[in-house]
Design a protein around this ligand. Structure first.
Ligand code: PMP
Length: 405
């Protein structure tokens, strides 16, 4: 291999330098955390220390559910470790059909299609639905998988200001009336934990011809709405949404992605959607755990209530301590703490870790408006005692780093 002064890696030099400078200050690498042991949905051992997990998006705590684990073990024994093939060829097992049936029952839809990840579900749905001459209209703060779905496809991309009904309406009004448009929304936006005003957005979209609506409910599934379908169910717009995309990597507690829909031609997508066709299907153990978890989530009213209680208590606790949060009131199970700069965010993150609390750190360009965030995601399995400990650790870390007075 040649070592040149300038090569394809040169564009990463500023990032490498920034990272080296940060690590030289003695902080731990926020992006190199290893879970040595995971004891429960809310507890792990990190570098020998018992740590409360508050940044996993494991909202309903299904990762250690005994029925879910038993289903996975049985499928591993009965069907082997992997499918070694595409859904379209040798990779559709009975378990893939069963998880799609579970999704149809959960969402009350006629169609369900399972992908290998939620990322691929967005890539596949957006790039396949919206083709040349069509438009994808999306919120500026959309998840990377939504943007990447746009980049993979041939449609024109139109962004509107985050959660702005007025801007959505304005931008749709500028598009040719006869063009086909896919409007992509999210139920919960995961950076700040804020919820979309879906009824107003749907009303704005319906003023314009030839629009279909896709809602990503990655962070809403499991605990919004009477059946846990998501924000679109809670806000009563089920009939207006054409496609719901979701993931198994949050409330469901494993890995995988999906899209559900009532469209009569939905099944044709299995033949034409490249991120569905040209990749191996999920292992039998994963689809078995997902199907069991989804069916249990249909009866998870108590867990849901406890999760909301946890979210409200943490939001109030952090507000009372003087932290600036992503939303004025608790809107979801994500509570984002906004810090002034990278140094403060890293100092808080590391102090919390040393005290025994793991949260997610996020920084630009992933975050909106150049913010540095500590993102907390609550779990239905966090006990009252743990929420008390979390608030106490935030107080100690905030005082030690000067983030609060
Ligand atoms: N959509 C949103 C809004 C997400 O936050 C994520 C994951 N963070 C995904 C899709 C992708 O999900 P997965 O982890 O299954 O790839």
């Amino acid at each position: 291999m040649t070592t040149q002064t300038r090569d394809l890696f040169s564009k990463f030099d500023p990032l490498i330098a920034e990272r080296e400078a940060l690590l030289a200050t003695g902080v731990r690498d926020p992006f190199a955390i290893v879970m040595d042991e995971v004891k429960s949905p809310t507890q792990a051992v990190i570098k020998g220390k018992d740590t409360i997990l508050l940044g996993t998006y494991n909202y309903m705590g299904m990762t250690f559910d005994p029925d879910v684990i038993a289903a996975g073990k049985k499928a591993l024994d009965d069907f082997g470790a992997g499918t070694t093939g595409s859904r379209l060829l040798n990779g559709t097992y009975q378990g893939h059909k069963e998880v799609e049936e579970a999704l149809k029952d959960f969402y009350g839809t006629s169609g369900a299609m399972v992908f290998s990840t939620g990322y691929q579900a967005n890539l596949g749905m957006i790039s396949t639905l919206a083709g040349k001459g069509d438009y994808v209209v999306l919120d500026a703060d959309s998840h990377a998988s939504i943007y990447d779905g746009c980049f993979l496809g041939d449609a024109e991309i139109v962004r509107f200001r985050h959660n702005s009904v007025e801007d959505l309406d304005k931008r749709l009004g500028r598009l040719p009336a006869d063009a086909l448009k896919l409007v992509v929304l999210e139920g919960v936006y995961s950076m700040l934990g804020d919820v979309a005003p879906l009824p107003d957005m749907v009303a704005a979209v319906r003023k314009h011809p030839n629009c279909m609506i896709l809602v990503d409910e990655a962070h809403g599934m499991g605990f919004f709405g009477p059946n846990g379908r998501g924000v679109y169910e809670e806000q009563g717009v089920e009939k207006d949404v054409d496609f719901v995309v979701g993931t198994f990597s949050k409330s469901v507690g494993t890995v995988g992605g999906f899209c559900v829909s009532n469209h009569p031609k939905f099944e044709v997508l299995r033949l034409v959607c490249r991120p569905y066709v040209f990749t191996a299907s999920l292992p039998p153990s994963v689809v078995a755990t997902a199907a069991t978890s989804i069916r249990k989530l249909m009866h998870a009213g108590e867990k849901r209530a406890h999760l909301w209680k946890n979210s409200q208590r943490l939001h109030k606790g952090l507000t009372d301590l003087g932290f600036r949060l992503g939303t004025e009131t608790p809107q979801s199970a994500i509570i984002a703490v906004i810090l002034t700069d990278q140094a403060q965010a890293v100092a808080m993150w590391q102090t919390l870790l040393e005290l025994g609390l793991y949260v997610n750190m996020a920084r630009p360009p992933a975050t909106p408006a150049g913010t540095f965030l500590l993102r907390c995601s609550l779990c239905a399995e966090h006990s009252d005692e743990q929420v008390g400990q979390i608030i106490a650790m935030f107080e100690a870390a905030g005082r030690a780093t000067g983030a609060i007075g």
